[in-house]
Design a binder for this molecule. Sequence first.
Ligand code: GTP
Ligand code: ZN
Length: 216
Amino acid sequence: MILSIRPDLTSADQRLSSLVVEEQQTVTEAEMMQAVRTLLIGLGEDPDREGLKDTPKRLMKALQFLTKGYHESLDELLNGAVFTEDAHEMVLVRDIDIFSSCEHHILPIIGRAHVAYIPNGKVIGLSKIARICEMYARRLQVQERLTAQIADALQGLLKPQGVAVVIEATHMCMVMRGVQKPGSWTVTSAMRGVFAEDERTRQEFMNLVRHNSNFG
Ligand SMILES: Nc1nc2c(ncn2[C@@H]2O[C@H](COP(=O)(O)OP(=O)(O)OP(=O)(O)O)[C@@H](O)[C@H]2O)c(=O)[nH]1
Ligand SMILES: [Zn+2]
């Protein structure tokens, strides 16, 4: 099946979406569950014991949930919530919980996103900023790409003066396995427009992100 061209997706997104759709056409849920069963046997387990007998289905469903962002689009999640408004000051939504999955190990990336933009005649429903984060987080990701995708989506939708996205996150693949560094966390940023060009605007954003809120 060829996906129709969706203007809300970047070309990389389009390629990824069509790959996912193609895969889904050829792989049934029964085959996915069989693959988990094979995995369990490979790990030395008995997939027929009581505690594991529904695990292939549970894991498949869990992974489908954690990657549901492949089946969502900016258009749907926005639901038209872009409004004309004579606003020109920074809007920041802070401390948006992020639960993503790293594409290398399919292990959790857990963190928070801080997203700001400076309007240029259009504002977006605030919840939609969190929904955009959610859509891209619920895919197999690297933190850098997740950060950039959120920034580019807002830049494309609103044509604002600028967008800034910072994500701070810990990667379970670095905590529970591999190098095993539980205290480590990674900060990534994507600056667009005036945030990339103007040091003072970027600084104002970083100060607001660092500021300890009474609500937190
Ligand atoms: N840049 C980037 N790297 C990531 C992210 N998530 C996981 N990684 C890294 O991806 C790399 C994969 O490296 P490999 O050597 O192929 O895999 P590995 O043998 O499992 O690596 P170790 O984790 O070092 O044991 C690791 O260094 C991970 O820390 C991410 O969001 N961004
Ligand atoms: Zn990983």
